[in-house]
Design a protein around this ligand. Structure first.
Ligand SMILES: N[C@@H](CCC(=O)N[C@@H](CS)C(=O)NCC(=O)O)C(=O)O
Length: 214
């Protein structure tokens, strides 16, 4: 039985949880972080000395960092999510690293500034800049997705998980203008058809307003 720690509304938990659900393995999710707290308890820190969620324990193998978890779970339990040839695996790594270092910081700033910051404290210039950066990153994806259905070729793979996780909040948050991104929108439709995406990612995100959390 795989155990995974993290509150359902945590962005980084959602990446790892989505991958876990794609594996079909039995699991237990334990709420932690946000209003559940517990990240500074000795037991939690013994699992993750970095004091963040998500963390998994797979028969005493403990792993933290969401994208490391996505890779581990896919390779061990859902090999169909891992491209078989070296070049495609390299492309998957490219998209995962790009999402982590380019798309997600912008998208999380947008979410932080426009959703988790109380309305009366929101900084319009900050939100606007984060929106422009997010749209710029999504426009790059829109071009890429013009020639194939998923980030690596025409099959869903682990490469889609980090970038795909931010789409639900981007398309659902209120008060922003979204440009037409037809290929991203079609990709999003394909992701939302996946039961694992629905369960892990399409969950309310209007909690923790005013708290420093994603
Ligand atoms: N780089 C880490 C970041 C982990 C992280 O910052 N997690 C956030 C939730 S998205 C957290 O633990 N926040 C504290 C809390 O929720 O209380 C990863 O990808 O796993």
């Amino acid at each position: 039985m795989i155990r995974i720690w993290g509150r359902a509304s945590a962005f980084n938990l959602q990446k790892a949880y989505w991958a876990l659900l794609e594996t079909g393995q039995p699991y237990e999710r334990l709420d932690a972080g946000g209003d559940f707290g517990g990240l500074d308890s000795p037991d939690f820190l013994a699992h993750n000395p970095n004091g963040r969620i998500p963390v998994i324990d797979d028969n005493r193998f403990v792993l933290w960092e969401s994208q490391a978890i996505v890779r581990y779970l896919s390779e061990l339990y859902a090999p169909a999510l891992v491209p078989t040839n070296v070049q495609d695996r390299a492309l998957a790594a490219q998209w995962m690293d790009w999402a982590q270092t380019n798309l997600l910081p912008a998208a999380l700033d947008l979410f932080w500034g426009g959703v988790r910051t109380p309305k009366e404290k929101q900084d319009a210039a900050f939100v606007d800049q984060a929106l422009r950066q997010t749209i710029s990153a999504l426009s790059l994806l829109d071009k890429e997705l013009g020639t194939h259905a998923y980030l690596v070729g025409d099959s869903f793979s682990l490469a889609d998980i980090p970038a795909g996780t931010c789409l639900y909040r981007f398309f659902e948050m209120e008060g922003i203008e979204r440009p037409d991104l037809p290929n991203v929108a079609s990709w999003y439709d394909r992701l939302t058809a996946r039961p694992a995406y629905q369960q892990a990612v399409m969950v309310p995100f209007d909690d923790l307003i005013g708290k420093e959390s994603f």
